[in-house]
Design a protein around this ligand. Structure first.
Ligand SMILES: [Zn+2]
Length: 434
């Protein structure tokens, strides 16, 4: 398996710039997903789209119909294939490519493809600006490197399709919407699409800001998290004439925010809680009828996070009752804890060095954040499969989610080559069991 490195680099760079120009945020990836679907079909993959691989009951934090429709129309205006876009109506933007290549294990690779709600830098020295491939969409940007993930998936698709003699089995390449806010993975996991997968693999570019070509083969310490919206509804009244008739939603929200900070720590491990947004009320002399809180909890394990989230909900409901205010609670996102398989990690490290990484680190790298790929890992592991999450080290020009974020395009082929070599070794029965 020796793909032409120069051709691979040229292909990945050109495609990455196209995706970078057309960033789409969670569940609005119509242009992105249809371009991926078309590519996979041309490479000979069986393509599955939208509801075929997503359980609608487990999507979280889906934008409202007006936004979905506007983004769908924008994708069509920008030349997206109408046949694929039609199958993604309502924000069902997941895509998968399946390639069956004789007997062998089922290999699953997941690539997230959503952008971030960040306004890309106008700085003329910011490379995407300088070379003319900066975001065309106001306020949306590939500021986390998911454009690099997409082209890693496309390059892997091409390598595997054109080297069928070097591996055997079935590969499922999954392009996931809405990783940001941990909203999209669970619906794919719950659809059952992964239930025959023996090895489930994903990675993230960057993360470790040392700029070196280092492959971290064993990411651990995924924080379990729950994203919650609390909508408070009280009763409006004149603040001077009839204040006793009012029920203040703002006071209930404010009291809830403070009480939540008092949730006790958990003896089993680390926890986090953050009230990220508070709003409400209409004017100075009106008892406020509506108020809103956006918050998140995290925990070192799902047990700890579940405790934090349940306490936050209990407090909101209790405070609502104290203030005579209704509380509606909406779960906007969720991820569980997960661990990378050490045996799989060992094989991946060897493949990374073979692919050209300078260094492969096998000691566990704590992610410190959350990733909803954890749902896919846990689903596959619960059925006897193995799962792995890696970090593809490269040079970044700024922090993830910052307006000047960019990455070293020269390193793009390393991840694709590593995954292709890993597919070959796993399909030849090297499962790393010690
Ligand atoms: Zn990311």
């Amino acid at each position: 398996m020796k793909p032409d490195a120069a051709a691979l680099h040229e292909f990945m760079t050109a495609e990455r710039r196209e995706f970078h120009r057309h960033p789409e945020s969670a569940f609005t990836e119509f242009w992105t997903a249809s371009r991926i679907a078309g590519f996979l079909a041309r490479e000979g993959y069986e393509v599955q789209v939208g509801r075929q691989i997503m359980d609608p009951r487990f999507r979280m934090g889906v934008p409202d119909e007006g936004i979905l429709e506007a983004c769908r129309q924008r994708a069509l205006d920008e030349g997206a294939d109408p046949a694929f876009v039609e199958r993604m109506r309502g924000g069902f933007t997941a895509v998968a490519g399946i390639l069956r290549n004789g007997s062998g294990p089922v290999l699953g690779f997941r690539f997230d493809m959503d952008a971030v709600d960040v306004r890309e830098s106008e700085d003329p020295d910011h490379l995407p600006r300088k070379l003319g491939f900066a975001s065309m969409h106001e306020g949306v940007m590939h500021a986390c490197g998911h454009d690099a993930h997409i082209v890693t998936g496309l390059a892997l698709a091409r390598i595997l399709a054109s080297h069928r003699g070097s591996w055997g089995g079935t590969v499922k390449l999954i392009f996931q919407p809405a990783e940001e806010g941990v909203r999209g993975a669970r619906s794919i996991a719950e659809s059952g699409f992964l239930d025959d997968v023996d090895f489930m693999i994903a990675g993230h570019v960057g993360i470790v800001p040392d700029g070196s070509r280092t492959f971290y083969s064993r990411v651990s310490g995924f924080l379990s998290t729950t994203k919650l919206d609390f909508h408070f509804t009280g009763r409006a009244a004149h603040a001077g004439v009839n204040p006793e008739l009012g029920r203040s939603a703002v006071l209930a929200a404010a009291a809830t925010a403070l009480q939540i900070q008092g949730i006790p720590r958990h003896s089993a491990g680390a926890s986090r809680v953050n009230i990220g947004k508070i709003s409400g009320g209409t004017g100075r002399n009106v008892i406020p009828e509506h108020a809103f809180l956006a918050l998140e909890t995290r925990g070192q394990t799902s047990e700890i996070n579940d405790f934090m989230a349940a306490e936050a909900v209990r407090i909101a409901e209790g405070v609502g009752q104290a203030y005579g205010v209704q509380v509606r609670i909406e779960k906007m996102g969720e991820a569980s804890d997960a661990r990378s398989d050490p045996d799989l990690s060992k094989i991946a490290a060897a493949c990374a060095l073979e692919a050209g990484y300078e260094r492969a680190v096998e000691e566990p790298l704590p992610l410190g954040g959350s990733e909803d790929f954890s749902f896919m890992m846990n689903r596959v592991e619960a059925r006897g499969g193995k799962a792995l999450y890696v970090v593809l080290g490269t040079e970044l020009s700024d922090a993830h989610h910052a307006p000047r974020f960019d990455l070293r395009e020269k390193d793009l082929p390393l991840g694709a080559l590593t995954f292709a070599l890993l597919a070959r070794r796993l399909s030849k029965g090297d499962t790393g069991d010690r």
